[in-house]
Ligand binder design. Sequence first.
Ligand SMILES: [Zn+2]
Length: 403
Amino acid sequence: MPSQNLFGRYGIQRFDAAPKGLQTDGQLTSMEERDAEILGRQNTTKIFLRELKYRDSNDEIEYMLGIMYEEMSNSFPDPFENHLPKLPPSPPCSYEIRDIHSKGKGVVALRDIAMGEIIMMERPIFFYPMMTFAELQERIFNDLVAKMQPRTRERFLSLSNVKDSTVPHLLGIQATNSMEMPLKEGAERYGGVFLDISRINHSCGPNTTRQWNRYLFVTIVQASRNIRAGEEITTWYEPVNKSHADRRFDLERKYKFKCTCGYCTNTSTTSDYDRAYYTNEDAIVDLEYRYLSITLAGLKVQNNSRQKAAQDFLQHLIRGLVILTKEGIEGIFAQVYYVYLMQVYGLRGDKTKLREWGFKAILMYIGSPYWSGEKIEQWIDWMRDPEKNFPYWAMLLDRVKRQ
Ligand SMILES: [Zn+2]
């Protein structure tokens, strides 16, 4: 596929399809189909425990435990027809887990890490449906921990537990460390525990993105800006577009700490408004309308009003990006702005800038919830030959020349 090569040329790995080669070269490990064990029932639905086996990137056998509703168990895991691919080679190690003053353990960069670098790519040690009856949960987790490989169990038991002592200890560890991992579109919500990713502490302006990839069955942590050697690597536990007070309240309630990140201790008066405004769905939809109002206006619209709309749009995008960056949340929300900047520069016939923003858009797409693989193929086509492939190429420029 040509686009694969193009990705290679840009030094970017693709993660939006199961790597096909794995199925033919014998590297696939078939899922251990031990009689799935029925753990219990929720209403009329059976809940199963399945043990999944795969090879890690060093070719060693690894185990994962999955608690699944019957329906998920029958079709699991969707893209692999009962197989999990060997784990792809892990990115070169760039971090270590160590004690952080007043925060327990945390993850620290061992070297400078560039924006876009993948820091972790990790499979969960177990996953489970997030909505199970409380009385079932405790028994399920006891069974689960009993089935873990000894070295995995040891690491699981060393994870932190912030829940109070009325919560059974294993459930406390699970609740403290679990992260959402959507197994299938439209299915119930599933969560998982990841040994290394769980160690990353929260910041309201995190320096990484974190995205579950169901094709590779991994969560990918990617640097959303340049990180210096010695700097702490951070993620988010609560949505960072909530207000300052709500974030702090929820972090304290759920994770028992007062957030002391720079965005909480040095909050600007416009921070709450800015975070809500530039990340809200309507504001994202508005970007598309603004773009369409320039490109689809047709000849009826005065050229100078088109020029003005484009100029306003450009300023709006830059302002959004500056604010997202100031708030430290550009990794999670700015990618859509990169995409429109690429397009506006296409309208202006600026090849260099189209490619610059397009490159950022592609670089950060792993962590973005907005785009699919097809879109990315299209951007690559635009970047390769904008004159030929970008619709409305230099539309604004042509008009200026004609005046
Ligand atoms: Zn904070």
